[in-house]
Design a protein around this ligand. Structure first.
Ligand SMILES: [Zn+2]
Length: 465
């Protein structure tokens, strides 16, 4: 695809088609958008525009079209509740029909909780598109919420332990092998470590805290597989493989390829096709950041093959890590020992390891109370850059809903999204595990009452001598 073609298809983006026309990872191989829309690369007088002029023109057209569609959507649904009850809702959101089932959007993107789902759609209704980017440098894109990267802490990234449920039956070994190959692809280039614990396979479910995540079979879902993001609690940390993944036609997707893609989500990466410049029908939302470079990688492992036509119009179904995928994951987690890597390409390179260890310190608070809508602030707590901060909130009543926030440098501000962690789950059990950033020496904790609630709080940190 040429730059003008990419820009042309972008101009057709509308909120409604964002919501309804999303690619499902179903291997159909079809893109729904035409390859070009006449008139985008010429001005009103018919003069042919340069790539840059065409990009500006397309950008303005997208903004206008999104605005119009937003107005139309708001006219159709006055509230999120109305949308939730509509037929559109069921076309867009898939609810997994098993215990602890999640809401699935964009084919295989899991949303943990009703609260997150409401927030997701409210944000989409209010969304303005990012301006299109030009072809050129290419990179992976990382999930980002409230201005914070969603990634594993320095400790967890090297101990991403998992089990493969024996419920796979005769397909168990096939899954074990595919997971081994898929994890190796990421480990070969980034300083991350997956650990397979076969001893937990017989008890491989969300209740097993000896593993960080579990791999389980499902059937009848509208995806081949789905995973989770690093900010989810243990109960939401599973990779689900649908039976349809064992029944793939030859020459296209493979189980190993699908798992390479899903493990990209596990490491915090979003679908490459959500960035402007991807196929218009595959755009999702703006909760991501570029880790290096500034353009789309059409063959990225995080791109749905049906969205990924390259410049010759070819599609690649192998879901392998491209050079830019490799550089991207190394930018976020640091390179593996054997991966030659120039970290000056990274926009925000990983923080260096701490030079000195502090004194492990715990602050505990029991029987804390918060009223509906009230904020309770704890701290500041002195912390050491590069150390790990863990905050656990627990409570007995599942009907009560306090929300936990953690920030560095100043106290969390809920309304403006100023925080480093916010699990935002229904119920009182939430936790945050964070690397203390290079230039921060104070941590703050805030509990906001989504309902009035009683909870316990534990802050574990390292302080200087
Ligand atoms: Zn995906």
């Amino acid at each position: 695809m040429k730059i003008n073609t990419i820009i042309s298809s972008l101009s057709a983006v509308t909120v409604i088609s964002l919501l309804i026309g999303l690619c499902a990872c179903n291997g159909s191989g079809k893109t729904t958008k035409p390859d070009s829309v006449p008139g985008v690369n010429t001005d009103a007088t018919g003069k042919i525009l340069s790539d840059e002029e065409a990009a500006t023109k397309a950008s303005l057209e997208i903004a206008k079209s999104v605005e119009q569609e937003q107005e139309a959507f708001k006219a159709k649904y006055k509230t999120y509740e109305e949308f939730e009850k509509s037929e559109d809702f069921n076309k867009i959101v898939h609810k997994e029909n098993f215990p602890n089932g999640k809401y699935i959007v964009n084919g295989d993107t899991p949303i943990a909780d009703k609260k997150h789902l409401r927030e997701y759609f409210e944000k989409i209704f209010a969304m303005k598109p990012k301006p299109p980017v030009k072809e050129g440098a290419q990179e992976l894109i990382l999930f980002r919420v409230g201005g914070v990267d969603v990634k594993w802490s320095r400790l967890d990234k090297k101990a991403l332990s998992y089990c493969v449920s024996t419920a796979f039956g005769s397909q168990h070994q096939q899954v074990v092998d595919a997971m081994a190959q898929a994890t190796k692809a990421w480990e070969a280039v980034a300083d991350v470590g997956f650990i397979y614990l076969p001893s937990e396979d017989a008890n491989c479910n969300t209740g097993n805290s000896k593993v960080l995540f579990d791999v389980n079979p499902v059937s009848g879902q509208n995806y081949l597989a789905r995973a989770f993001f690093p900010n989810e609690s243990r109960i939401g940390r599973n990779v689900m493989i649908d039976q349809s993944s064992f029944d793939l036609g030859p020459g296209k997707l493979t189980l190993t390829g699908i798992l390479r893609h899903e493990l990209g989500h596990v490491l915090g990466f979003r679908h490459e096709h959500t960035r402007p410049g991807g196929a218009a029908s595959c755009f999702e939302d703006n909760d991501w950041r570029t880790v290096a470079g500034n353009g789309i990688d059409l063959l990225s492992v995080m791109m749905y093959p049906q969205c990924n036509k390259d410049k010759q119009g070819q599609q690649d179904w192998s879901l392998r890590l491209t050079e830019t995928d490799k550089q991207g994951v190394a930018c976020v987690y640091g390179p593996s020992a054997g991966y030659p890597f120039d970290k000056t390409i990274c926009i925000d390179p990983p923080a260096p390891a701490p030079v000195n260890k502090g004194i492990p310190t715990t602050n505990s608070f029991t029987n804390q109370k918060v009223k509906l809508g009230q904020d309770r602030v704890y701290g500041p707590y002195p912390v050491i850059p590069g150390s790990i901060l863990t905050v656990d909130m627990t409570g007995k009543k599942s009907s009560e809903d306090p929300d936990l926030y953690v920030a560095f440098g100043s106290q969390p501000v809920v309304a403006s999204g100023k925080f480093a962690c916010r699990p935002f789950l229904t119920g009182p059990n939430e936790s945050c595990k964070l690397d203390v950033p290079a230039n921060k020496q104070d941590a703050y904790v805030l509990v906001n009452g989504s309902t009035s609630a009683t909870y316990n709080l534990k802050v574990q940190r390292e302080r200087s001598q």
